[in-house]
Design a protein around this ligand. Structure first.
Ligand SMILES: CC(C)(COP(=O)(O)OP(=O)(O)OC[C@H]1O[C@@H](n2cnc3c(N)ncnc32)[C@H](O)[C@@H]1OP(=O)(O)O)[C@@H](O)C(=O)NCCC(=O)NCCS
Length: 164
């Protein structure tokens, strides 16, 4: 059983659904975080679907992290997980991911899937530390400044697991 990660967070943090009013701020974090970021339109469309969208809101002052997940048919896909650059390495990403897994479990999801760039060592280390296992590699899946980059597909079974 994992340690309750909320204890590592300042009590000023609140995990809540993303709203249209958050999109400008989320878009800025997105642009600062990825070499091929999602457009404002893609982020906005995520609010119009049945996706689960969450932000870590620091006392209404700033959004410091966000996550987006789809679910259906017993599977969930983590589509985005992002922490403000200057606040990385402090447990926000782990907290957010565990929170999404807990929500997936509440939705009776059996398997959570995600894909990650092979070069994204921080994210891969986070996923492996939480018990995600490599399922597959999609060769040349992502654009990159060196041509194409592989995606690693990770999966985690939720059946019978306790995350907190
Ligand atoms: C991946 C990301 C969400 C991690 O968030 P974070 O808040 O920095 O992560 P945490 O502080 O919760 O760290 C959790 C674990 O991640 C791994 N990790 C985090 N930063 C790391 C780094 N710089 N190098 C290696 N591992 C790292 C470690 O396993 C760490 O566990 P530890 O603290 O016990 O060593 C964050 O780096 C990020 O937003 N990156 C840009 C967006 C992105 O690439 N998202 C993933 C898309 S698939």
């Amino acid at each position: 059983m994992m340690t309750e990660p909320a204890a590592m967070l300042s009590s000023s943090y609140r995990l809540r659904p993303m709203t249209a009013a958050d999109l400008n701020e989320v878009y800025v974090l997105e642009q600062a975080s990825y070499s091929y970021p999602w457009s404002f339109g893609i982020l906005s469309d995520c609010l119009k679907t049945a996706y689960l969208t969450r932000v870590l809101d620091n006392a209404g002052q700033a959004i410091d992290a966000y996550g987006i997940m789809s679910s259906g048919g017993g599977e969930a896909h983590i589509l985005n997980l992002c922490v403000r650059t200057k606040l990385r390495g402090q447990g926000l990403g782990r907290y957010l991911l565990l929170s999404l897994l807990a929500e997936a479990k509440a939705l009776e999801v059996d398997t959570v899937l995600l894909e990650v760039r092979q070069s994204n060592k921080a994210a891969i280390s986070l996923y492996e530390s939480i018990g995600f296992n490599e399922l597959d590699i999609r060769h040349g899946y992502y654009p990159s400044n060196k041509g194409r980059e592989n995606a690693i597909i990770f999966a985690k079974e939720l059946i019978g697991k306790d995350f907190w």
